[in-house]
Design a binder for this molecule. Structure first.
Ligand code: PHE
Length: 340
C-alpha cells in the first residue's frame, strides 16, 4: 500500500502542475479527493488494514493528504494569476512614442552652433526685466518716442517682459569680462497677434565688444552667418536705419534663395517671395557710446557691434517651411508639430 500512496501522490502532483485553469484543477481534485476519489478510496480502505499497521498507515495517508491539499492551493493561486494577466508574450510590446525637438528648439540649436564655431558664447538673460536694461540703458530715456516700436507688456510699472534680446547687452557688459562675443537667445514678448506675429517669440542677439571693432567686423560676421546658415551663395547687405542703441544702425537684408538675388525667376516673371532679390532679416549696428557707458565700458577705448533677429522668421526663411499661421508653432497640436 505504501507504494500505491507514493505513486498516487506523484501522479497527482505532476498532473496538478500541468493544469492550465480552474476547471482542470477542480476535475483533478474530484478525481483524487472527491467522495469517490482515488485517494479517498485509500482512506476508506484503512479500516480493512490489520490493526497494528493501521496507525502507521493512517499517519502516512494524513501527511499525503496535506501535501495534496497544499499542492491544490498553490496551483489554485498560480492559475488565478495566470488568468488575471492572460499575458501573451508573443504580442509585440507597445512602443512608447518617440518625439523630437520642437522646430524652434532645432532653430536655436542650429543658430547657436554657427556662432559658437567662431567663438561666440551662448547666453541667456531675464525675460522679466527692468526698464533700465530693456530701454533706459539702451539710450532710450523714459520719454522717448522710439519705445513705442516695442509694443511692450508691463508686469509692474518698472518691470516688463523683454520685448527684445537687446536687454542682454548692458547686462553682458556689466559682467566686466572683455572682450565680449556673446549670442543671447531668449524669449521675447510684444503685444501683437496675427497670422505672422505671436505675442511670444524668440530673438537671437549678437554682441561683440573689443578694441578696434569696426563695421567690417559686423559685415564679415553677418556674411559668415549667411553662408553657413543659409548656404554658400547667400550674401548680405546693410541698409541705413535708425536704432537708439546703435550708431550707425542698419537693417540687414539677405539675397533671396528662390531667385538667387536677382528678383527675377527663370520664367522671366518677378520673384514673389522677395523685394527685388532681397529679404529683410533684422536689425544691427555699431554699439552706441551711451550704451557702452551704461555698461561701464569706456567708449574711447572700446567699440562694438550688435545685431538682433527673430529666430522663427530666420528659420522659416532658411527652411522654406511655409506656415500659414505662425501662431500654430505655439499650439499644442501634435498633428501640426510632428511634421517638423
Ligand atoms: N533690438 C532690435 C529689435 O528688436 C534689433 C537690434 C538688435 C538692432 C541689436 C540693433 C542692434 O528690433
Amino acid at each position: 500500500m505504501h507504494e500505491e500512496v507514493s505513486s498516487l501522490r506523484s501522479e497527482f502532483i505532476s498532473r496538478a502542475l500541468a493544469t492550465q485553469n480552474h476547471d482542470e484543477l477542480e476535475a483533478l481534485r474530484i478525481e483524487f479527493l472527491g467522495r469517490n476519489g482515488r485517494f479517498t478510496a485509500l482512506l476508506k480502505s484503512l479500516k480493512d488494514i490489520e490493526p497494528d499497521k493501521r496507525r502507521q498507515m493512517g499517519e502516512l495517508l494524513n501527511q499525503t493528504k496535506k501535501i495534496l491539499e497544499e499542492t491544490l492551493a498553490t496551483q489554485e493561486k498560480e492559475t488565478t494569476q495566470k488568468e488575471e494577466k492572460k499575458f501573451d508574450d508573443t504580442i509585440p510590446g507597445i512602443q512608447p512614442p518617440i518625439g523630437h525637438l520642437h522646430l524652434v528648439t532645432q532653430a536655436i540649436d542650429e543658430i547657436s552652433r554657427v556662432f559658437m564655431d567662431i567663438g561666440f558664447v551662448r547666453r541667456r538673460y531675464p525675460e522679466i526685466e527692468t526698464d533700465f536694461y530693456a530701454f533706459e540703458g539702451l539710450n532710450m530715456p523714459s520719454t522717448h518716442a522710439a519705445r513705442d516700436e516695442w509694443e511692450t507688456f508691463f508686469v509692474e510699472p518698472n518691470f516688463l517682459l523683454t520685448p527684445h534680446t537687446s536687454n542682454g547687452q548692458v547686462r553682458e557688459m556689466e559682467r566686466g569680462a572683455l572682450p565680449i562675443r556673446m549670442i543671447n537667445i531668449s524669449k521675447t514678448y510684444r503685444r501683437q497677434s496675427d497670422i505672422s506675429h505671436v505675442p511670444m517669440f524668440h530673438q537671437f542677439e549678437g554682441l561683440v565688444v573689443d578694441q578696434n571693432i569696426h563695421i567690417t567686423h559686423l559685415k564679415g560676421t553677418l556674411d559668415y552667418f549667411a553662408k553657413n546658415f543659409f548656404g554658400e551663395s547667400r550674401k548680405t547687405r546693410l541698409r541705413p536705419y535708425n536704432f537708439r542703441f546703435t550708431e550707425p544702425s542698419f537693417e540687414i537684408d539677405i539675397t533671396c534663395g528662390v531667385c538667387n538675388g536677382t528678383g527675377k525667376l527663370p520664367s522671366g516673371n518677378s520673384c514673389k517671395l522677395c523685394k527685388a532679390g532681397w529679404l529683410e532679416l533684422g536689425g544691427a549696428g555699431m554699439v552706441h557710446p551711451n550704451v557702452l557707458k551704461a555698461g561701464k565700458i569706456d567708449p574711447t577705448k572700446y567699440s562694438g557691434f550688435a545685431f538682433g533677429w527673430g529666430v522663427e522668421r530666420t528659420y522659416m526663411m532658411k527652411s522654406g517651411i511655409q506656415i500659414p499661421d505662425i501662431r500654430m508653432l505655439y499650439s499644442t497640436d501634435l498633428r501640426f508639430l510632428r511634421q517638423f
